[in-house]
Design a protein around this ligand. Structure first.
Ligand SMILES: Cc1cc2nc3c(=O)[nH]c(=O)nc-3n(C[C@H](O)[C@H](O)[C@H](O)COP(=O)(O)OP(=O)(O)OC[C@H]3O[C@@H](n4cnc5c(N)ncnc54)[C@H](O)[C@@H]3O)c2cc1C
Ligand SMILES: NC(=O)c1ccc[n+]([C@@H]2O[C@H](COP(=O)([O-])OP(=O)(O)OC[C@H]3O[C@@H](n4cnc5c(N)ncnc54)[C@H](O)[C@@H]3O)[C@@H](O)[C@H]2O)c1
Length: 474
């Protein structure tokens, strides 16, 4: 016989979104339950942001040896890499990160239920044989890597996703990466920099979620110097005796292992959304208000990757906070979301900030561009590659967006996000100090270039200084 327990709030999913919601709920009530299936510790810390960055840092450190001879540092060719040791360090630090996320769970053990939750009605949830009712429910069940069923049949550890990549004790010498979105680009470059022979395939023309062709092409050009990559090339897989055959329209290639990075799917299948009295689209998704996180017309809120929108840590955390706040409020409040910002941790780094080029009406903007191939500070560090493009609203001069594949993209994208959120014009940003020699001088070049295309007055102020046209000074 099943037990029925009543509470105020049920949170399904103990990832970043669920934990962010929990913090808000705990401020107001003790009458809550947190239900989680599978491992605790969050996707971010366990198999996502953190372990991927640990792999990238090790790979970049080893790759740096290619610059040594030019700096005058000798015997770089004698360096070697111990991949099992790289993976051991990764897991050691990863486990530390995971432990920090487990603290919030350990403090509320009596309110945590382990098991798969399914909605059985607008206010009821079933876990195993037990039924729980709540005034409000937050679904924060995250997402999982897409893995076509035919590929799932390929055994012997030949098919990897990021769910198991970081658990490997060693890696094989030839790896194909399928998918050139954020995960594909970050991992293909990292694996290649660890000395693995990487061949990467992407179905689309653009890389890393960029929408500006010129920026994507600049990234492609630099990555192609490190590993083989094919865009607009859909790949299929077939198991062979010793490995996996990657089949495209034009070629076949045998590799030892394949990392599949063809997207992530929200964990909503079997969730029972059809038990809510709301309409679902052809993908089974309800209408979720991004400013409230509420499924319109219900007592259910969805936060995090489960929304299938903006699968990025800071957005996921915001959605959790909004959901947590709203389930505890008398009135559901709509929150203004942050300026869009996404960063891919390749070298050169990529970022899309504000409105992506693809979403802008080209008639209403001007584009400023700066190449980093001859930027002074970048050159000093042997990091002189890539491009930044900034988009200004033609009539107001305000910065509306930027895309870049260039050194220090992760930092400059944050400066531009600040400028966009403050609705600054390029002129206003150019009136602020930029030190010398810094990589931001490249950003200044892009802003000056854009501004030149809209300024009509010739009166002088310091925001209008010209470039010296000399590498050492710009
Ligand atoms: C390799 C990789 C690298 C990434 N790098 C970055 C990065 O650098 N920067 C960035 O911003 N973002 C990055 N992300 C994205 C970021 O990690 C995710 O957006 C975020 O972790 C999602 O958090 P979440 O709370 O929505 O889901 P999760 O943390 O996955 O939590 C969902 C929880 O719900 C549980 N669950 C699922 N179904 C049920 C059910 N029916 N009942 C009960 N429990 C259930 C799951 O088991 C899980 O514990 C990366 C992701 C990956 C995979
Ligand atoms: N640095 C970061 O912020 C970061 C890092 C990793 C992941 N993430 C998050 O995780 C999400 C998922 O990342 P992702 O890279 O897996 O997904 P994605 O959807 O961004 O990219 C997957 C790519 O695979 C391609 N593809 C699909 N099938 C293919 C096939 N058969 N052959 C070749 N290409 C194929 C798709 O066209 C697509 O471009 C991202 O959108 C992002 O939100 C963020």
């Amino acid at each position: 016989m099943s037990n029925t327990t009543q509470t105020d709030v049920i949170i399904i999913g103990a990832g970043t979104a669920g934990l962010a919601a929990l913090k808000q709920v705990q401020k107001k009530t003790d009458a809550f339950l947190l239900i989680n299936e599978g491992e605790y510790g969050t996707t971010c810390a366990r198999v996502g942001c953190m372990p991927s960055k640990l792999l990238i840092e090790a790979a970049n450190a080893y790759h740096r040896r290619h610059t040594f001879a030019e700096f005058g540092i000798q015997n770089a060719e004698q360096l070697s890499i111990d991949i099992p040791a790289v993976l051991r360090r990764l897991r050691h630090i990863r486990d530390y990160f995971v432990s920090s996320t487990l603290k919030s769970i350990s403090q509320i053990e009596d309110k945590v239920i382990t098991g798969r939750a399914t909605l059985t009605g607008p206010n009821t949830v079933r876990v195993n044989d037990d039924v729980y009712t709540a005034k409000k429910i937050i679904i924060a069940t995250g997402s999982r890597p897409v893995l076509p069923p035919e590929w799932e049949q390929i055994g012997n550890n030949k098919i990897l996703t990021t769910n198991i990549l970081f658990e490997q004790t060693d890696l094989k010498p030839r790896i194909a990466v399928i998918g050139l979105g954020a995960i594909g680009i970050e991992m293909a470059q990292a694996l290649s920099r660890l000395g693995i022979e990487v061949t990467a395939f992407g179905a689309e023309s653009m890389l890393a979620g960029l929408t500006d062709k010129k920026v994507s092409e600049a990234l492609h050009e630099t990555l192609a110097k490190e590993f083989t990559l094919y865009t607009e090339t859909e790949a299929d897989l077939e198991e062979t005796e010793n490995g996996v055959k990657v089949i495209t329209q034009k070629s076949e290639l045998e590799v030892d292992q394949v990392l599949v990075a063809v997207g992530r799917r929200p964990n909503l299948d079997g969730m029972g959304l059809n038990k809510l009295d709301v309409s679902l689209d052809d993908k089974g998704m309800p209408d979720i208000n991004p400013n409230t996180t509420q499924i319109e017309g219900s007592a259910v809120f969805i936060a995090g990757d489960a929304t299938a929108d903006k699968m990025l840590l800071h957005e996921v955390a915001d959605e959790g906070r909004i959901a947590g706040h709203n389930v505890m409020s008398d009135h559901v409040e709509a929150y203004c979301r942050r300026i869009p910002l996404s960063i891919v941790f390749s070298e050169p780094g990529c970022a899309v900030v504000g409105t992506a080029l693809q979403q802008l009406d080209q008639q209403t903007i001007v584009i400023g561009e700066a190449s980093f191939t001859d930027q002074g500070r970048a050159r000093a560090a042997q990091r002189n590659q890539g491009v930044m493009r900034v988009y200004l609203d033609k009539s107001s001069g305000k910065i509306v967006g930027a895309e870049m594949a260039c050194p220090a993209a992760e930092h400059m994208a944050h400066s531009l996000a600040l400028a966009i959120s403050q609705e600054l014009t390029a002129t206003e940003v150019l009136s602020m100090p930029i030190y010398h020699p810094v990589l931001e001088e490249g950003m200044r070049t892009a802003l000056r270039d854009a501004n030149k295309k809209i300024q009509t007055s010739h009166s002088f102020d310091l925001s209008r200084c010209d470039a010296f046209q000399a590498e050492a000074l710009d």
